[in-house]
Design a binder for this molecule. Structure first.
Ligand code: TTP
Ligand code: MG
Length: 452
């Protein structure tokens, strides 16, 4: 570990919602929710104005609508998010050659590799403020929070504490005290499952973790995780910032305390894993075409089956549906006892291919059909809330709502100030979709999915 605060972590504030507020002036200062708008959709993110009502990422959309009925509920515009992300990563690339993107809106930077020599508190605060100003300028107004510390753990913690729109520098020497009273969830790698297991041992905070008996931790979590956590509890984290993160697949796995013999008992596990992994996929800004279900049996035999869909998807519902189908295909194995179940995604693309996606066609197993990476959405009946449109007479605007053959559009842009609303026939020949196209793929885009 280096005694200098050389890791910078940057994370945009309420990213998807902030892009929407930037481009839709009438929504600035108002509750905005971006996510799946269908009956089983979940919240991707909520603006800080909506968070006051208790809205959170991954919350079911129907619950969000109940808690905050007056929010604007938008479907999301990935082209715009990817464009903003690209601009942010460029700014960070100017700071150091060692930039590790974790998702579309989040990255670590190794400041030492970038030639920084002054690691005084004041110099780091100034640097972080300068980065935030550059990000704001490069994205036409998005705010980022920045944390700086002596490790990834500290830098990320610092940026969380800086939220929203702030800077926190954790000086070397402060680390151990700084984390003592935090819940174990603050430790990297501790997800809901691990936290639950720790809770069973009476371990709630980082300080509790330091007191825990090594033998108990090993038994509950396995030797590798136990060792890692024992170190992280003392803020020992020497994970390097690494720019090479070409991740081609992501997965979640559950190892069961007792073997399962009944496929029905595994179905809720599959559904939960699908939601977890779906959230990670959306966070990375990707869509996936291949879904894999892995089973490890009591006799340690390992079986996995994959299905490649015709179109790339990112909804929990579709991932779950295909994974459950794969489970059904392997139901005969379950009788041998399942000790581990995993759901994985691969075949990432930057754009959805919803027009081509039909679950029925997904059932024809293991057939790979190549399609172009982007399919233009484009018929009037497909206008989704938040989509960009343009009208020959009224200019550019966004879809406020649609249905019954009509589209309601607010004619405004990032630069225009709040604009008027008009309701038009959905087949008005003067009205066209006007999507922000995602930037062409560069090498760096490969690195945006978190490993796991
Ligand atoms: P986050 O950085 O976790 O959240 P945020 O930027 O919206 O808010 P803040 O950082 O200020 O707390 O995620 C970045 C984007 O990733 C988010 O805007 C939407 C997307 N996302 C999902 O789609 N699903 C999720 O479960 C999460 C956590 C994020
Ligand atoms: Mg963020």
């Amino acid at each position: 570990m280096r005694p200098r605060a050389f890791v910078l972590h940057l994370d945009l504030d309420a990213f998807f919602a902030a892009v929407e507020q930037r481009d839709k002036p009438s929504l600035r200062g108002k509750p905005v929710v971006v996510g799946g708008l269908g009956p089983r959709g979940v919240v991707s993110t909520a603006s800080y104005e909506a968070r006051v009502f208790g809205l959170r990422s991954a919350m079911p959309m129907h619950q969000a609508r109940r808690l905050c009925p007056n929010a604007a509920f938008l479907a999301g515009r990935f082209g715009a998010y990817r464009t903003a992300s690209r601009a942010v990563m460029r700014v960070l690339g100017g700071l150091s050659p060692l930039v590790e993107p974790l998702s579309l809106d989040e990255a670590y930077v190794d400041l030492e590799a970038g030639g920084q020599t002054d690691f005084s508190h004041q110099a780091l605060i100034e640097l972080a403020q300068a980065v935030r100003a550059q990000v704001k300028a490069a994205t036409n107004g998005l705010t980022a929070s920045v944390g700086v510390g002596s490790s990834k753990f500290m830098a990320k913690l610092a940026s969380e504490q800086a939220k929203p729109d702030g800077v926190v520098v954790i000086d070397p020497g402060q680390e151990v005290d700084r984390i003592a009273s935090l819940p174990v969830r603050a430790v990297p790698g501790v997800g809901p499952m691990t936290a639950e297991r720790l809770q069973r041992l009476g371990v709630k905070t980082v300080a509790d973790l330091r007191q825990a008996l090594p033998g108990e931790l090993r038994r509950e979590l396995g030797p590798a995780v136990a060792k890692m956590l024992a170190r992280l509890a003392w803020a020992e984290d020497d994970r390097p910032v690494s720019a090479e993160r070409v991740v081609k697949s992501i997965s979640v796995e559950d190892t069961f305390a007792q073997d399962h013999f009944d496929p029905a008992a595994l179905e809720p596990v599959v559904a939960r894993d699908a939601a977890l992994i779906g959230a990670r996929l959306r966070r990375s800004g990707h869509f996936a075409r291949t879904i894999t279900l892995k089973l490890k049996l009591a006799d340690f035999a390992s079986h996995s089956r994959s299905r490649t869909l015709l179109g790339a998807v990112d909804s929990d519902e579709t991932i779950a549906q295909v994974a459950l189908d794969l489970l059904r295909d392997q139901a005969h194995l379950v009788a041998r006892g399942v000790r581990l179940l995993g759901v994985g995604l691969s075949g990432f693309t930057a754009a959805a291919q919803e027009a081509l996606f039909e679950v029925a066609s997904a059932r024809s197993d293991e057939t790979r059909v190549e399609f172009p990476a982007t399919v233009a959405r484009g018929r009037s009946e497909h206008y989704r809330p938040g989509d960009d449109v343009t009208h020959q007479d009224f200019g550019p605007g966004w879809v406020w709502g649609s249905g019954l053959g009509r589209v309601t559009v607010r004619f405004e842009t990032a630069a225009s100030g709040p604009g008027p609303i008009r309701t038009l026939p959905a087949d008005d020949p003067k009205l066209r979709p006007n999507p922000v196209l995602p930037p062409p793929d560069e090498e760096e885009d490969e690195a945006e999915v978190e490993a796991g």
